[in-house]
Design a protein around this ligand. Structure first.
Ligand SMILES: *[C@@H]1O[C@H](CO)[C@@H](O)[C@H](O)[C@H]1NC(C)=O
Length: 328
């Protein structure tokens, strides 16, 4: 009975109730997941959990900054904002570039994206990798997580400001990478720093509740902002539209070869990125419109998608086609 009622409700609201949110692309109920193959049904009109949000705004220790280097690729050291001694006695070195990774919804420290990217990046380059774990908010409801992401992102910005003040690590040697909700999170961190970080990479930035959201990732958040779109279709989990300096649409950006589920299309963004860090083999072709992207008829200049190059600069829409299995 409950299921029946629920199904009726879904059918009913999707067709007849005007959306309260300023959201045009999604119905009220959508299926989402950033972490495992079990999709969750999300009510985009649900009220956020204000008690949890207030606690998160008050208490920055809800987030952790986990440092991995070539000396400690598996066992992280925890850095804390304003704990200067902690940073000095850690393996953080200001002369190395710093790469920050922010996971998505329903995820934590040990989520696949953190492990895969940390491994690929440290094998390739001698850098500081800082994984921002924001599980307390990430494990809350989707609407609550979306509401809290800007504040958590600003907190990351303040943490990086502290690292810069304490060690002299320049913003021009920082690369912030975020997956799904984490993409908007690192955008807000970059904005808190006045767009001074060298590079931001958004891996299929989340779509639901972000299309018309002024807090979403944008090109002014860093000196160079790149986005890889992999699940941007009509009910896709990714935002699907160009929001960065350079926007890449592998295989058209809507669905990915070898994938049958939205979860698979969505996570392909970080799988492709991890592969690009290792091989730097994805050649994007510039397109003059989204129609060209969709029709696969782009003839503009070549620009590489992904990789870890901190001095990378460029702009435009790009299409490329990939294989179905690693390294794609
Ligand atoms: C860290 O220090 C800065 C500057 O002294 C201060 O503005 C900020 O509130 C501190 N942050 C935390 C979380 O203690």
């Amino acid at each position: 009975m409950k299921t029946l009622l629920y199904l009726c409700l879904v059918g009913f609201t999707a067709t007849t109730v005007p959306l309260k949110h300023d959201e045009v692309n999604y119905p009220r109920f959508v299926k989402l997941s950033d972490n495992d193959d079990v999709m969750q049904t999300v009510d985009l009109e649900e009220q956020p959990d204000t008690t949890l949000l207030e606690d998160i705004y008050r208490n920055p220790d809800n987030n952790r900054y986990l440092l991995y280097t070539r000396d400690n690729p598996l066992a992280p050291q925890t850095l804390q904002i304003n704990n200067t001694f902690g940073v000095f006695f850690s393996k953080f070195h200001a002369w190395k570039p710093t790469v920050v990774i922010a996971h998505g919804w329903l995820s934590d420290q040990n989520t696949e994206v953190n492990i895969a990217l940390t491994d690929a990046i440290l094998r390739k380059s001698n850098v500081n990798v800082i994984v921002m774990e924001w599980r307390r908010l990430a494990l809350s409801s989707y609407v609550t997580a979306v509401t809290g992401v800007p504040a958590v992102g600003r907190r990351l910005g303040q943490f990086l400001e502290f690292l810069h003040r304490a060690t002299g690590a320049p913003f021009e040697s920082m690369h912030l990478i975020g997956y799904s909700l984490g993409a908007h999170l690192v955008g807000n961190a970059g904005r808190e720093l006045g767009g001074r970080v060298a590079r931001i990479t958004g891996l299929d930035p989340a779509g639901p509740l972000w299309n018309l959201n002024s807090n979403r990732l944008r090109s002014s958040d860093g000196i160079y902002v790149e986005v890889i779109h992999t699940d941007g279709g009509v009910l896709g989990q990714g935002i699907g539209s160009a929001i960065a300096d350079a926007d890449f649409f592998p295989n058209g950006g809507v669905s990915q070869p070898g994938c049958l589920t939205s979860f698979c299309h969505h996570k392909r963004a970080w799988e492709l990125f991890a592969s690009s860090v290792t091989y730097d083999h994805f050649l994007g072709r510039e397109c003059s419109s989204m129609l060209q992207v969709s029709l696969n008829i782009c003839h503009g200049k070549i620009f590489k998608m992904g990789n870890g190059d901190i001095r990378k600069r460029g702009s435009g829409l790009y299409r490329l086609n990939t294989g179905r299995r690693y390294p794609f």
